[in-house]
Design a protein around this ligand. Sequence first.
Ligand code: UDX
Length: 441
Amino acid sequence: EADRMRVSVIGTGYLGATTAACLAEMGFEVLGLDVDEAKIEMLRSGRVPFFEPGLDELLGKSLKSGRLNFTTSFSEVAEFADLHLICVGTPQRDESGAADLRYVNAAVEQLAPHLNRPAVVVGRSTVPVGTAATMASRLAALAPVGEEAELGWSPEFLREGFGVEDTLRPNRIVIGTDSPRVEKAVRALWQQQVDEGVPFLVTDLQTAELVKVSANAFLATKISFINAMAEVSEVAGADVIQLAEALSYDDRIGGKFLGPGLGFGGGCLPKDIRAFMARADELGVEPALSFLREVDAINQRRRARTIDLARQLIGGSFAGRTVTVLGAAFKPNSDDIRDSPALDVASTIASLGAQVTVYDPVALERARAEHPQLNYADSMLEAARGADVVLLLTEWTEFREANPDELAAVVAQKRIVDGRNALDPTFWRASGWTYRALGRQ
Ligand code: UDX
């Protein structure tokens, strides 16, 4: 009976907490595990440790139903579930860009010794191709049941800010395995979605691992492609917004992820393309992914260009100037500031001698903790007080809908750099603003 299948979710970060709550919502009995006691306490009391629309509600509902519980004990999850999902993080290790697999290793090594009956372990984390095969043998070697502890890999594709939606209605399920038992367990997990027509693909371990990193590499490439066109447009006298629109009607190209601006950041795309390049190096196929170095470089250049535009607007130097930065999160609908382009730009401008004040609707607390050298304000208008230039760097709706006249009343100079092409230039210029954007005249 699929409804009664018991599932453990190991790692309750962004991916794990969202997965656990969604599976409970789908009717499964779920036990979430994390080694971080404080996080587990928070989740038990119904509080989500990060900002994710809709998750608070789902967590509360699942806890109340009794279908979702949390623990810090590996023996407890081994006792409880026959299917274990590994949802721990794989951050960037160091300058090499390679993925840090210590949490994935630890999850397998700590779970395995408790597996006294046949069990299926499925990795969902993003890992370098080849990791899963290594993990599968380690699992079998460490588990008391030996080969009856089987491991498959099933990457997730969820976007922050849409985690619940992307988990409940994924656009595909991929499972890498050659074991009928693993395939059966994963199929049972997503039976409702498969019945609704969600494609279910069974591949080998390596292909499943590659699907995830190549999807992210493609998305990053698409963003950098349009940002490269923005660079050309700037010097050629063209308009990248019109260009992108015209391209988007070719359905082989499509309009999604073709938004020019400050480029990509966050906990996934930047680190995933770097880890992918590092892995290609190890595999001896470095040239196959050398284009990703350009993708990364184009992305970084957009940050430099944004700073240049602001500097030009205020007459060549940031020293002693007052600068307002709207946005701290790496994208709207998230409080994630990992590799945030907005905070990177803000920090560089501060290091060039300006007083920088940042406002963000949800990410202020995190930003304050990590970038104490910046000033913070609790509202857009307060942040803009006395500004020589305003930079819009994360396209929250609040900023998209900002009233140029209200803002004009508090700034020192009506100058704005729209780093996300989020505003209507005609509208802002009509209220007397000097408006500059990436990829436009
Ligand atoms: C991404 C993938 O979309 C997801 O499938 C994967 O599982 C994890 O990585 P996420 O990092 O949450 O998800 O953010 P996403 O919405 O994909 O945006 C990534 C970055 O690209 C953001 O910084 C965003 O501002 C930027 N972006 C996106 C653009 O600059 N232009 C665009 O057109 C689209």
